[in-house]
Structure formats: structure tokens, C-alpha cells
Design a protein around this ligand. Structure first.
Ligand SMILES: [Zn+2]
Length: 127
């Protein structure tokens, strides 16, 4: 279970809309499974179907979150034209079983969260 406050969900939706038609991506940071902060990231791929983080920017966010005593709980990205489920590519690139992968779909404005353990998708409850 991951707790994502309404204002953070609104921020994800806003970022998704602003980034459209490209995928928008970023980190959700917090503590004990509760998100308190959102970090927008640049989609280096500039793609409508996938994303990748800028390693330098990534390093900065990790440092900034740690400095506030937060952990990076989740990676979020938008699906501008497909449903809120992980694509094959998303699963292939999901290497950390502890990270929650949050997807916001602009098709139906739905937000869903998943974990990927041994390449198997497990839906994560959002509270
Ligand atoms: Zn995706």
C-alpha cells in the first residue's frame, strides 16, 4: 500500500497534461510508504511511449530527498495515449522490487500503482 495525498495526485495529473503528448516522469518521495513530495524529472527520451531519467538530475533528487530525511518511494510516469498499466518495456526496465511504479493515464485520468517482483506485476493499493 502506498499513500498518495490528493494534492500530489493533482500534481502528477498536471505534469502529465503539461508534458503531453510526451510521457512525463518523476519521483515521489516520503516516509513509511506515505508520499509527501513530488519531484518532476526530465524525460530524456522525449518519447510518447517511454521515458528515461537524466542521471545528473536523478542524483540531485536523491540527495535532496535524503537531506530531508525522505526516501524515494515511487517512480511515476504518464501514459498519454494508453491505459494505466505497465507496458512490457516498463516491466523490462523495472529492476527494483521495492520501488512502486505509479502510472497516470491521460486516456481516462486514472492513477494506478504497481510493484514488479521477478518480472511479475503486482498491483499496489493506493490510500
Ligand atoms: Zn509506461
Amino acid at each position: 500500500m502506498i499513500i498518495i495525498p490528493k494534492n500530489i495526485i493533482q500534481e502528477i495529473a498536471k505534469h502529465a497534461k503539461e508534458g503531453s503528448p510526451l510521457e512525463a516522469c518523476g519521483y515521489l518521495a516520503g516516509k513509511d510508504g506515505e508520499v509527501v513530495e513530488i519531484f518532476r524529472m526530465t524525460n530524456l527520451d522525449k518519447s510518447e511511449e517511454h521515458f528515461s531519467f537524466d542521471p545528473k538530475e536523478q542524483f540531485g533528487v536523491i540527495k535532496s530527498a535524503r537531506g530531508k530525511g525522505q526516501e524515494l518511494i515511487a517512480v511515476y510516469h504518464s501514459h498519454p495515449a494508453s491505459p494505466a498499466r505497465l507496458s512490457e518495456e516498463d516491466v523490462r526496465l523495472a529492476h527494483d522490487p521495492d520501488t512502486v511504479y505509479v502510472i497516470y493515464s491521460l486516456l481516462d485520468n486514472k492513477l494506478k500503482a504497481f510493484k514488479v517482483v521477478d518480472k511479475k506485476i503486482v498491483e499496489e493499493e493506493i490510500g
